[in-house]
Design a binder for this molecule. Structure first.
Ligand SMILES: Nc1ncnc2c1ncn2[C@@H]1O[C@H](COP(=O)(O)OP(=O)(O)OP(=O)(O)O)[C@@H](O)[C@H]1O
Length: 233
């Protein structure tokens, strides 16, 4: 049984003439500790799939199991605990609290989790040991994204979901963030899923999942993923 089982998932929005199938029978699986890249053009359903995996949205039909937990059948209370304790989120635009320092942003997330890691240590791991007291506005985009990754990691999650994590960053900074995500996956054994429309990232993945029109058109395992530093685009 794979760590993540996403089976025949449909997500419909609206009704009648405004009915949209964001997911239209999408299926894929991910093994524990893998770095999976979900690739697809705009509107393919990538974010919808990630939101359902993270317990932020619900499938209209289909089955979603993560680490033996049937997320598709969870109650609202169970989903709250799942989001809080099992999943770390990294978004394109960081979503940091502007009037809290880097350290306070990470502490805030860590506080609500029973098995959380030390906030200061986690910021050190992402290369921000010297910037603990800075507010988000005093940090570069890449540094803010590092804070948001530390915030996600401090929860000690089993699964890290990243939606276009380099979408707002320049080329070199984006590569450093991807390297950090790849290193985190290898070092901490966390299952990492990165949603992107950048096809070049396929080579860094242990598993590539391609989306088109709400369905998975390809799923392949890469026996020799390439360090991000060696990928150019
Ligand atoms: N809440 C919603 N209500 C109505 N339609 C939605 C909603 N969320 C997503 N959709 C539609 O579902 C489809 C898939 O959207 P989704 O955001 O999952 O795609 P995506 O692959 O992540 O695209 P992008 O790369 O542009 O973010 C799109 O046609 C989108 O307009």
């Amino acid at each position: 049984m794979p760590y993540i089982e996403f089976a025949d998932v449909v997500r419909a929005y609206g009704a009648g003439s405004t009915l949209v199938h964001a997911l239209d029978g999408a299926s894929f699986a991910v093994e524990k500790g893998e770095l999976a890249v979900i690739l697809g053009q705009s509107g393919a359903g990538k974010t919808t799939a990630l939101n359902i995996l993270g317990g932020m949205d619900r499938a209209t039909s289909g089955r979603v199991v993560v680490g033996g937990r049937d997320v598709s059948r969870a109650t609202e209370d169970e989903l709250v605990m799942y989001r809080r304790e099992d999943v770390g989120f990294v978004f394109q635009f960081y979503n940091l609290v502007p009037n809290l320092t880097a350290l306070e942003n990470v502490e805030l997330a860590a506080q609500i989790c029973p098995d959380s890691l030390d906030a200061e240590e986690t910021l050190g791991k992402v290369g921000l040991a010297e910037r603990l007291a800075n507010f988000p506005a005093q940090l570069s985009g890449g540094e803010q994204q590092r804070v948001s990754i530390a915030r996600a990691l401090a929860k000690n999650p089993k699964l890290l979901l990243c939606d276009e994590p380099t979408g707002a960053l320049d080329y070199q900074t984006g590569k450093q963030i991807l390297q950090l995500l790849q290193d985190t996956c290898r070092r901490d054994g966390i299952t990492v899923i990165i949603v992107t429309h950048n096809a070049a990232l396929a080579d860094m993945a242990d598993r590539l999942i391609r989306f088109k029109s709400g369905r998975v058109t390809q799923m392949s395992v890469n026996p020799s993923p390439v360090p991000i530093a060696q990928i150019e685009w």
